[in-house]
Write a protein that binds this ligand. Structure first.
Ligand code: PLP
Length: 438
């Protein structure tokens, strides 16, 4: 690299890092939900690419002036919608370094370090979460892909075509089944939104997907009873703990994950509650040979000695080229440690418990589901339209962002705590704003 190119890189890099540091400092002052109309941002950008090179400072300026108003701030302390997440600083820096190295891990030999680090961080993750020793782990982009991969492995291993989940399973299970042309059956749930096993028939099932921490209410499906049925029927057990899995780092939350040790595969998203920037979905299996049998396809131009092939993580999932996602998770796990993750999970659960208490004690409001983790489902006693209007009002204020779901055919508000920046003051402020919006 010419000296002036290096100087420019350093100068631009410092500016970008400064931008990121300032952004994280002031994100709490910005409107959480982007206050723009569809098409507005695009209309403010040139329709055609530049003929001549522009400077990186132009890019940074437009990020500030044009794109930032169109950003919904997931790093905001009062982001409470869907599942709130955090990209912590060590993860952000590691993403920069991963892009600098830019290894393409198609085979072990094209990136031994990223391949081996991926195995290592999955082992570390398994230890932190108390999973059985010896499980094979790799990283996918999303829980949707992880579950799709599990369905593929299950179909290959069982020769069956039926996918079973509860009516509260995430839509990625249905989407995976649809993409694979597999049949889907949704089991009903009990009054706490947990999969009912009394009526569960797995005789023809390739795979059953219980969820620990369902998307709407974070309910916990009865994995031990489902695992018993799997053992009787030869059904693959894929556990979706995309959101809640991180809570296993705290021994007091392990009750919710009983039976997970009997899973054939398990997905936990580090990009949800494990302080890791998008994207980083951890997929473990106790049956790596079945994954490899389903996914291994080695054309001549990729052939290496067999012992080496078995180490290539492209042998265990859909993608050939794999990026260096393990670097950010490694940085996160090292810079926060077990203690840091436990502290965060415990604080989020404590804050959710506080919020739940305020709702419970307030006349005219009701709780709509049990709260195992850091998500509270609640509503104003009244019509769906009134609750929807509350949601629209608070979100339009820009002060906080919440989302909703539908439970027992009623519109229900959801407050999800998961940002490392959220304090008790933020949760209190959210509750004040919600009450003021009736
Ligand atoms: C329980 C559960 N599983 C899977 C997913 C899908 O995750 P991803 O966006 O990583 O595909 C979600 C998303 O919120 C989820 O809540």
């Amino acid at each position: 690299m010419a000296a002036d190119e290096r100087d420019r890189f350093l100068e631009d890099g410092c500016a970008a890092l400064e931008w990121a540091a300032d952004y994280l400092d002031r994100v709490g002052e910005l409107p959480v939900l982007a206050q723009v109309e569809p098409g507005e941002i695009r209309a403010r950008l040139p329709a055609a690419p530049p003929e001549q090179a522009e400077s990186f400072s132009d890019v940074l300026r437009d990020l500030d002036e044009v794109l930032l108003p169109g950003i919904t701030h997931w790093q905001h302390p009062r982001y409470f919608a869907y599942f709130a997440v955090s990209a912590s600083r060590p993860g952000i820096l590691a993403e920069l370094l991963a892009a600098a190295l830019n290894p393409v891990a198609i085979l072990w030999r094209t990136s031994p370090a990223s391949t081996e680090l991926e195995g290592l961080v999955c082992d570390w993750g398994a230890q932190l979460l108390g999973l059985p020793a010896g499980w094979h782990g790799h990283i996918e982009d999303s829980a949707s892909t992880s579950t799709l991969a599990a369905l593929i492995a299950a179909r290959h291993a069982t020769g069956r075509e039926l996918v079973v989940c509860s009516e509260h399973a995430h839509s990625s299970v249905e989407k995976g089944a649809r993409m694979l042309g597999m049949e889907l059956r949704k089991a009903p749930v009990d009054d706490e939104f947990r999969m009912r096993v009394d009526a569960l028939d797995l005789t023809r099932a390739a795979v059953v997907v219980p969820t620990v921490g369902t998307t709407s209410t974070t309910s916990v499906d009865p994995v031990p009873a489902i695992a018993d049925l799997c053992a009787q029927t030869g059904t693959w057990l894929h556990v979706d703990a995309a959101y809640a899995g991180t809570a296993m780092v705290c021994p007091e939350h392990r009750w919710a994950f009983a039976g997970v040790e009997r899973a054939d595969s398990l997905v936990v998203n580090a990009h949800k509650w494990m302080l890791t920037p998008m994207d980083c979905s951890l997929l473990w299996t106790s049956r790596p040979a079945d994954f490899r049998a389903a996914f291994s396809l080695i054309p001549e131009y990729l052939r290496t000695p067999d012992a080496e092939d078995a180490l290539s993580l492209s042998e265990y999932g859909p993608a050939l080229g794999r990026r260096f996602r393990s670097l950010k998770l490694w940085a996160v796990l090292r810079c926060h440690g077990r203690a840091g993750l436990q502290r965060m999970v415990r604080e989020h659960v404590r804050l959710a418990e506080r919020f739940e208490g305020w709702v419970r004690d307030e006349p005219g409001w009701e709780l709509c589901a049990p709260r195992p983790f850091s998500v509270v489902c609640f509503r104003r006693e009244g019509s769906d339209a009134e609750n929807e209007a509350i949601l629209e009002r608070v979100n339009a204020s820009g002060d906080l962002f919440i989302s909703h779901t539908r439970l027992r055919d009623r519109y229900v508000l959801r407050l999800a705590i998961g940002s490392e920046r959220t304090t008790e003051d933020d949760v209190r402020r959210a509750w004040d704003a919600i009450r003021a919006a009736i």
